[in-house]
Every structure is written in structure tokens, then in C-alpha cells.
Write a protein that binds this ligand. Structure first.
Ligand code: HEM
Length: 140
């Protein structure tokens, strides 16, 4: 393209940056994904025993706030919890390849339930599949 020929606005004309969080529908969409995901976890004989608390509500809220922050929404997660350091925070739990597969199965179902447009679905899925692989810390 010839320099200067772009019809786009000059930098600064539109200060507001649209994040992936905004694009997918913000808090409402992430809340729906995480709620669907935790309905799966609650029924899962491999995953459920890993969660230390009787009530999954607080864990659901932490994950929800983390994903909102990760995708460019409010930083409430780090305001409350500090730096995510997710691999370290998962160290107390035996995240085996089998647990990872179960985790991803429920996340896939949650994304299917919400039905994001294909490109956004692919971006979200790509992130969680890589992150889940990274969280595996036990091969027992
Ligand atoms: C691979 C399989 C995974 C398993 C079995 C697993 C399991 C767990 C467990 C047992 C907890 C403690 C629950 C609690 O908060 O009280 C936890 C916390 C958490 N997990 Fe995972 N997790 C997995 C993958 C992931 C991935 C891929 C992400 C991010 C994309 C993630 C994000 C989080 C967050 C944000 C917390 C709360 C951390 C905190 O602030 O304490 N997890 N996970």
C-alpha cells in the first residue's frame, strides 16, 4: 500500500482499544462459559476430588475473574490474588494428562454451549489447550 493512502483514522482519533474481552461480549460471555465449565467439573469423577473446597463457587469465581483479566477485561483477579503464577498455584494438585483431558473436555463443552463465532472460538480454544498442557505437573 502507498504510504499515506490508508483511509483509516489517525492514531488518537479513537482512543478506545477494543479487546478480545469486549469482542466476545465481556463479563456476560465469560461468566456463561465458566458456569457451564464448572457444571461439568462438578460431575466429573477425576476432577472433582482435586478441588479442595466443598463449595465450588469460590473456585469458579477465581477462574472467571482470571479469564476476564486475561482477555483484556477488568483486573479484579490480580487486585485480589496478585500475579496469577498459574503453574505454581496448580502445584499442590496432581494435574495428570488424564485430568487435563477431562478439564479440556468440559471446557470444549462450555465453549460449544456459548457458541462464539468460529474465529473467536478458535482463539479461546487455542489458548486454553496450550495453557492446560502447561499445567500438567504429574505423570503418576
Ligand atoms: C489442566 C487441567 C487443570 C486442572 C486439573 C486444574 C485444577 C485446578 C484446581 C484443583 C484449582 C484449585 C481450585 C481453587 O481455586 O480453589 C485450580 C485453580 C485455578 N485454575 Fe486450574 N486446573 C487446570 C487447568 C487450568 C487452566 C488451563 C487455567 C487457565 C487457563 C486454570 C486456571 C485456574 C485459576 C485462575 C485458578 C485459581 C488460582 C488462584 O487464584 O488461586 N486452570 N485449578
Amino acid at each position: 500500500m502507498t504510504a499515506g493512502a490508508s483511509p483509516s483514522a489517525a492514531p488518537g482519533d479513537n482512543e478506545r482499544v477494543t479487546t478480545f474481552y469486549d469482542e466476545i461480549g465481556g463479563e456476560a460471555t465469560i461468566t456463561a462459559i465458566v458456569a457451564a465449565f464448572y457444571r461439568g467439573v462438578a460431575q466429573d469423577e477425576v476432577l472433582r476430588p482435586l478441588y479442595p473446597e466443598e463449595d465450588l463457587g469460590p473456585a469458579e469465581e477465581r477462574f472467571r475473574l482470571f479469564l476476564m483479566q486475561y482477555w483484556g477485561g477488568p483486573t479484579t483477579y490480580s487486585d485480589r490474588r496478585g500475579h496469577p503464577r498459574l503453574r505454581m498455584r496448580h502445584a499442590p494438585f496432581a494435574v495428570t494428562p488424564d485430568a487435563k483431558d477431562h478439564w479440556l473436555q468440559h471446557f470444549r463443552a462450555a465453549l460449544d454451549e456459548v457458541g462464539l463465532p468460529p474465529e473467536q472460538d478458535a482463539q479461546f480454544w487455542d489458548y486454553v489447550t496450550h495453557a492446560a498442557q502447561f499445567m500438567v505437573n504429574s505423570f503418576e
